[in-house]
Design a protein around this ligand. Structure first.
Ligand code: MF3
Ligand code: CO
Length: 254
């Protein structure tokens, strides 16, 4: 498998993209409240990216014959897992919403997502969010040069604790000049197996867990992925560089 390894100059350029991504995500997080719609959040994202001199990576994305993706964000509410197209659906107290954002800046892509509760939500939903977020950070921690991709995947999957479903059909990926690059990063795996992690490899890690059965399907819009059983699902993502000094999360400013 051929993977793109970034030089330190290239990583520096990716940090700038990651910073814009983090700033815009912070604005989106602040804007999430009962009554707001996906289209309003999408407009906010488009304006905030443009103000910072970036471009929304997802707009027009059309892999393998799919209709071009229209949004700057993916907006996936409750049983919608990922790739929900921003629409007029207004958020309600108790919903959980996943917002995924891609930014291209200076030709470099950063890809990151969060799921959050709208106001108060159920204890089950809170536990799902916590486990999925923990899985992302366990995966980041395992992304050490010299370790293997299976170590990252296994660290992510372990956080489902047999309590939550692990979505099998979607996962993380290499990222750089393009959004989806090799390698694919499953959210379950065997420690010690798979690609050896090298400094300069940049991965978008993105665990996805469900409360119920992990089977998914695509809706008629050809993008939105929903849980087949209608159960709640969560998704977190960061863009992470493997360096000699350990993993560096490029999509955070705090
Ligand atoms: N983080 C998502 C992924 O890697 C972003 C998808 S953008 C879309 O699948 F345009 F493809 F929806
Ligand atoms: Co991604």
């Amino acid at each position: 498998m051929s993977v793109e390894l970034k030089s330190s100059r290239e990583l520096e350029a990716m940090r700038l993209s990651g910073r814009v991504n983090a700033e815009v995500r912070a604005l989106l997080m602040d804007a999430v409240r009962p009554g707001v719609t996906g289209l309003e959040l999408d407009r906010l994202a488009k304006e905030a990216i443009a103000e910072r001199g970036g471009e929304p990576t997802f707009v027009g994305y059309a892999p393998f014959g799919k209709p071009p993706y229209p949004g700057a964000i993916c907006y996936s509410v409750n049983e919608e897992l990922v790739h929900g197209i921003p629409n007029e659906r207004a958020l309600q107290e108790g919903d959980i919403v996943s917002i995924d954002l891609g930014v291209t800046y200076g030709g470099w892509v950063s890809d990151a997502a969060f799921t959050m509760a709208v106001g108060e939500t159920s204890a089950d939903a809170r536990a799902l969010l916590e486990a999925t977020r923990d899985a992302l950070w366990a995966g980041i921690e395992a992304a050490q040069a010299g370790c293997r991709l299976g170590d990252v995947s296994a660290a992510i999957g372990a956080k489902a604790q047999g309590r939550f479903g692990i979505i099998k059909g979607y996962g993380g990926h290499g990222v750089g000049r393009q959004m989806h690059m090799e390698p694919h990063v499953p959210n379950y795996g065997v420690p010690g197996k798979g690609l050896k992690l090298m400094p300069g490899l940049v991965l978008a890690l993105e665990p996805m867990f469900s409360i119920g059965d992990p089977a998914t399907e695509e809706t008629d819009d050809e993008w939105t992925v929903v849980m087949s059983d209608g159960s709640l699902s969560a998704h977190f993502e960061e863009t992470v560089a493997i360096t000699e000094h350990g993993p560096e999360v490029l999509t955070r400013i705090d």
